[in-house]
Design a protein around this ligand. Structure first.
Ligand SMILES: C[S@@+](CC[C@H](N)C(=O)[O-])C[C@H]1O[C@@H](n2cnc3c(N)ncnc32)[C@H](O)[C@@H]1O
Length: 169
């Protein structure tokens, strides 16, 4: 089940998923999780009485603190059956040796398209996993989460963020 609030992403997904009865795209906003959980699309495809995987990949850094992303993530977690998994990545400058002149570049790009990119610290990102047991290796810089290639071969500027997987108790 895919969810996006951008009409272009939704239209593209519809085209890609056409004829696929096992997958769907829902036009909805992560900031309103109840609408997602109660949607006929989710109810048709997902049995929330059984463990599922919730993927919040590269999305929470678009939700500002004023919109309380923590409350949205908590509401989603509360709807999940025990044994469900949360897969989450989030942009961050923590631990990235960015020279000051480069530090604001990505944020500036998104500001210029009025789609703010919110860099959070590792501790702030870790709070999204409240109520989950972390799966090894925990919340780590993205290239270090069970890498297929040597993490030092990755461009630290291309992957300036954290990845983690948690399991509901
Ligand atoms: C960087 S993409 C990541 C997409 C996908 N998770 C992936 O990893 O390929 C971020 C997507 O989040 C969507 N998005 C941003 N804020 C959102 C919100 N509040 N509700 C739903 N979708 C949102 C954007 O429209 C965009 O398509």
């Amino acid at each position: 089940m895919y969810v996006d609030h951008d009409p272009v992403a939704v239209a593209h997904s519809r085209a890609v998923l056409e004829g696929n009865d096992g997958a769907d795209i829902l036009a909805a906003d992560l900031r309103k999780p109840r609408e997602i959980l109660n949607s006929s699309e989710v109810r048709r495809l997902i049995d929330l009485n059984r463990p599922v995987a919730l993927l919040l990949v590269a999305i929470l850094h678009f939700v500002e603190d004023a919109d309380d992303p923590y409350a949205a993530v908590t509401e989603l977690r509360e709807a999940l059956a025990p044994g469900s998994m949360l897969v989450l990545t989030h942009a961050s400058y923590d631990g990235v040796p960015l020279p000051p002149e480069r530090a604001g570049e990505a944020v500036d790009v998104y500001q210029s398209i009025r789609n703010p990119l919110i860099m959070r610290t590792r501790d702030e990102i870790a709070r999204f996993f409240e109520g989950y047991d972390m799966v090894e290796p925990g919340l780590v810089p993205m290239p270090q989460w069970r890498p297929d290639t040597a993490p030092e071969d990755e461009d630290p500027y291309a992957f300036s963020g954290f990845a983690g997987v948690g399991r509901t108790a």
